[in-house]
Design a protein around this ligand. Structure first.
Ligand code: ATP
Length: 543
């Protein structure tokens, strides 16, 4: 089965833990399966001998077997939990990592709260399914075989009457299979959507306070709950009907044993001890059949998760090749055209050659494509444009753009992202630098002296102003010493003194870099070597 094969890859990274789990599960099973035989023999011996010695011997055996059972239960469950947590997290992280390497527009319109909840949920479901069934499936199969074999030796007639119960289970499973999958799928999706809405509710606390839109936000929560609740009830009804059909089999089997078993005792074909053995074994068989019924249901549930994980993992990653341009002298765009999906072209037949040592100011109306332009030339949109983008003479589709962005390009977005950690960790995120350099750079960008390197920054909290946020991102980009520096609206959050500092800084460093400034701010135009209006891109051609 594909799910087993898939999850085993993660479990087998922890062979020792899995081995210990298997050994103690086997021990537990051996002891459990011998209990009914022990009980049957004990009853018959006691009825035969009425001796104290028999009682003493069997009490000792039961004591040892009980101790082994308790100990092996503890050990197998402990190791099962251990490997479960590890494998689930590894799978979860692998899917997250894969998503981060997918072309950027893949999950463009998907809520990230939904996605995160879905991945965490699905990873737990598939790993738990395989873990709890890996050994159980074999054990329950073996139990049915062993129990049948022993019962057959004790009483052929009674055993044969019970055989048709097994295909009956299969028929029930086949009848319910696809409905269980479909309703399970729907329920799971609605659960993830509800979680995503709850996530947004917390994220938007300030917005809802400012606009006093508590009722509207709460209504969204409750309407998502209603959708989830309906699908939950629909799934639960079906799954209970399925389980109940299984219980019918177990009741029928019990009636058969009591009726025909009782008749066999009256007719002298079965001793009381043998009846006890057959009865216990058939309880075991019934439990195993119940397990198989549950397995069928859990399998459909796990299949939903497995398919949703595969759906993500099977998407092709970014185009990212191996070559590196050590010294970026030019970036040239030839007939570059780009659009977001079915929308009209944002950039159309763009031709331009950008050179090292120059400052380019890119301006244009809101929504004209200035930020998109940054993503295009930094290779974020490599999978989507037509035409060519060259670094020196190399097409970026041939380059290792992960390396290039990490080492050679500095990008500061309009609303830069920070990481939770100290100021030091923020300005050196992704590389290392000396404290002295950092302090010097912080002074240069004009970050207030009240900020210390070990001060804490919380990524999503509001302990930092817009201007400070930009200056931290700028410090980080400059410390990296990139060959290409791109900044989106650098002065939007800066006071006039900081703007002057910024202009001086850019003029000082421009010789060794190619600098792009996306801006509406005309006071930056006087440090630009070229000003490009993105609205005119299609007409603009430089040599
Ligand atoms: N990820 C995306 N998916 C779909 N459409 C997008 C995406 N990002 C931007 N757009 C659309 O592309 C167009 C250009 O957006 P872009 O952010 O590049 O404009 P901009 O010139 O930087 O705008 P502004 O001056 O307002 O910052 C807009 O119409 C925008 O709605």
């Amino acid at each position: 089965m594909a799910i087993f094969k898939f999850v085993l890859r993660y479990l087998l990274r922890h062979k020792m833990i899995v081995l210990i789990y298997l050994i103690f599960s086997l021990l537990y099973w051996l002891v459990s399966i011998s209990f009914p035989v022990l009980t049957g023999i004990y009853i018959d011996e006691l009825l035969d001998t009425y001796s104290l010695h028999t009682i003493k011997v069997f009490t000792q055996i039961i004591l040892i077997a009980g101790a082994v059972k308790i100990l092996s239960t503890f050990i197998k469950k402990y190791y099962l939990s251990k490997v479960g947590v590890k494998a689930t997290t590894e799978l979860n992280f692998e899917v997250l990592r894969h998503i981060s390497e997918l072309p950027i527009l893949h999950y463009n319109n998907t809520d990230k709260g939904y996605l995160n909840h879905r991945i965490a949920n699905d990873s737990t479901v598939v790993v738990n399914f395989v873990l709890s069934n890996l050994f159980e499936l074999i054990i329950n199969g073996l139990t049915i075989l062993v129990a049948f074999y022993i019962s057959l030796n004790l009483n052929v007639k009674l055993t044969i009457i019970l055989v048709p119960m097994i295909p009956l289970y299969l028929i029930i499973y086949l009848l319910f299979k696809s409905a269980l999958y479909n309703r399970g799928f729907k329920y799971r999706e609605n659960q993830n959507n509800l979680f995503s809405e709850m996530n947004k509710y917390l994220y938007n606390i300030k917005f809802n306070k400012t606009n006093a839109t508590f009722t509207e936000a709460y209504n969204k929560l409750t309407s998502n709950f209603t959708i989830m609740y309906d699908s939950f009830l629909s799934y639960t009804k079906l799954s209970l009907s399925f389980t109940n059909s299984g219980s019918v089999i177990s009741v029928i089997s019990q009636i058969i044993i009591f009726y025909f078993g009782g008749m066999e005792i009256i007719n002298g074909n079965l001793t009381i001890g043998e009846f006890t053995i057959i009865n216990s074994f058939f309880s075991m068989i019934i439990n195993s059949i119940k397990y198989l019924i549950g397995f069928g249901q859990n399998y459909q549930n796990a299949l939903v998760s497995y398919k949703r994980i595969k759906q993500i993992l099977e998407k092709d990653p970014d185009i990212n090749e191996k070559e590196i341009v050590s010294n970026i002298e030019t970036i040239q765009l030839n007939n570059v055209t780009f659009s977001y999906g079915d929308k009209k072209n944002i950039i159309k037949n763009f031709n331009y050659k950008f050179k090292k040592g120059k400052v380019y100011c890119i301006c244009g109306e809101n929504g004209s494509g200035k930020s998109t332009f940054i993503d295009l030339i930094t290779g974020i949109l490599t999978n989507y444009y037509s035409g060519n983008i060259y670094y020196n003479l190399k097409e970026i589709k041939k380059l290792d753009m992960y390396y290039t962005r990490k080492k050679q390009i500095g990008v500061i977005a309009q609303n830069p992202k920070l990481v939770t950690g100290t100021l030091f960790e923020n300005v050196t995120y992704g590389f290392s630098d000396h404290k002295k350099n950092i302090e010097h750079m912080l002074t240069k960008v004009g970050l207030s002296k009240s900020w210390k390197l070990d001060d804490c920054i919380y990524e999503n909290s509001e302990n930092i102003s817009g201007g400070e946020r930009y200056k931290i991102a700028l410090t980080r980009a400059l410390l990296k010493e990139p060959q290409v520096l791109l900044m989106d609206e650098p002065t939007a959050a800066l006071d006039s003194n900081s703007v002057e500092k910024f202009k001086k800084l850019i003029t000082d460093i421009k010789k060794r870099k190619m600098i792009f400034i996306i801006t509406h701010d005309q006071q930056l135009f006087n440090i630009a070597d070229e000003i490009i209006n993105i609205n005119d891109l299609t007409e603009k051609v430089s040599t």
